[in-house]
Design a protein around this ligand. Sequence first.
Ligand code: IPE
Ligand code: IPE
Ligand code: MG
Length: 234
Amino acid sequence: MSQTPRHVAIIMDGNGRWAEARGLGRLEGHHAGAASVRTITTRARERGVESLTLFAFSTENWNRPKGEVRGLWRLLIDFLKTELPTLIKNQIGLRLLGDPDAIPPLALRTLNSVINRSQKNTRMTLNLALNYGAKDEILQAMRRLSEAGEPFDEAHLEKRLYTAGQAPVDLLIRTGGEHRLSNFLLWQSAYAELLFSDILWPDFDAAAFDDALTEYAKRERRFGRTGAQIRGEL
Ligand code: IPE
Ligand code: IPE
Ligand code: MG
């Protein structure tokens, strides 16, 4: 069963600890983390992943010290400006998962410009989860269903999620050693394979991503059935 996951989602955790272990400031850890984003995006595309979702800023991350919050958005702006040509060259379309309203205006303008300029790219979708919270996302989807008078069923609700039109998450990776979901893609990951890695995000390289895909391929996804049914013995 050597299957490639269509949708890989990653909770990129451990930048702060990576920096602290080197006597550096936390922002330097985020800077090193941006290099991993580049590496893993390229690798995911090479491996034929359709959607790569990266958790970059949660609705809870606003509670961090102001300087770190400002630094993270600044880093995002620089990252987007530098990466646009590579995204276009590699046929990668950018999408935002998250509530745009609270995103700082310059970051939002830059994001929208990259999203517009990369929207025709269909080789892979790169979803950046920014100001993202799964509970917010689901509530917002439900409010919209209700306003539109649409039925409350899975298909209609999924059309109102930020990930509308994309495959559900097959593989959810969290780096940095913590074993929790931190309010990430709760609906879309309902049947995802979970993989927790102790590697800190700035150290997560192409080989680590390949290892994750190898581990995924070994999993037997049963979706409620028996192993014998899945192996076609029944
Ligand atoms: C993940 O790294 C990046 C963001 C949440 C923006 P952290 O900054 O959470 O790193 P640790 O968990 O403090 O090591
Ligand atoms: C989750 O990481 C959010 C992102 C990776 C953007 P955190 O480091 O903020 O999560 P908690 O606070 O440890 O759960
Ligand atoms: Mg963390």
